[in-house]
Write a protein that binds this ligand. Structure first.
Ligand code: FES
Length: 206
């Protein structure tokens, strides 16, 4: 019988040779090792994805803002969690106007929780002089423009360039605007008279 032909008599009765046994051991070990590498390769990125990166932690961290150079009647913009936060230094005249147009507003009494409890007051602020609010329209997220010049029909505020929503200098939305809610007031507190911390309000809440 040639070596390439199957010996039918041997299919069920022949014992594996020493060489066959060595080959089988080698294949079993090689397969087990490949499986272990595969598990390790999958496990590393999974564990890695559960740990917040330094960049992600920094992106959600509170932001300190120096407001010492902000003049009365001006606005500055900080960035917190990738969003613009406006700080408006309101003059006494601006603050006077805030209480004169409640009847034109959608939510003058702040019933929709768009501000922390400590800002649920007529100025929507901790210190009346400084208004702090997210510069993102509550309709579809455009950034409203400043329109601080007062006229007989306008007490100063913001107008959204996308669909015309109007907000006053406390970020309260006027009736008839497509925006359904007032601008959001983020959590914040004052670390000093001229340093604002946005994104953390433990002291303000206490
Ligand atoms: S996004 Fe501001 S009015 Fe539509």
């Amino acid at each position: 019988m040639s070596e390439n032909k199957i010996d039918n008599n041997c299919l069920s009765f022949c014992q594996p040779s020493e060489v066959d046994l060595q080959k089988r051991d080698f294949l079993v070990k090689a397969t087990a090792a490949t499986g272990a590498v595969g598990v390790a390769a999958v496990a590393v990125p999974f564990v890695g994805s559960m740990l917040p990166s330094e960049r992600a932690k920094a992106a959600g961290a509170p932001v300190e803002v120096d407001i010492s150079k902000l003049k009365p009647g001006e606005k500055m913009t900080a960035e917190w969690r990738g969003q613009p936060v406006w700080i408006v230094r309101r003059t006494p005249e601006m603050l006077d106007k805030l209480v004169k147009h409640d009847d034109q507003l959608s939510d003058p009494n702040l019933e929709v929780p768009q501000q922390p409890e400590y800002c649920k007051n007529k100025d929507r602020s901790i210190k009346p002089e400084f208004g702090v609010m997210l510069g993102t329209c509550t309709h579809l997220g455009c950034s409203p423009n400043d329109n601080f010049a007062m006229t007989a029909d306008w007490d100063g505020g913001f107008v959204c360039p996308c669909h015309g929503s109007k907000f006053d200098l406390a970020g309260r939305v006027f009736k008839g605007s497509p925006a359904p809610k007032n601008l959001l007031v983020p959590p914040h507190q004052y670390l000093t008279d001229t340093t604002l911390l946005i994104g953390d309000d433990k002291k303000a809440e206490a």
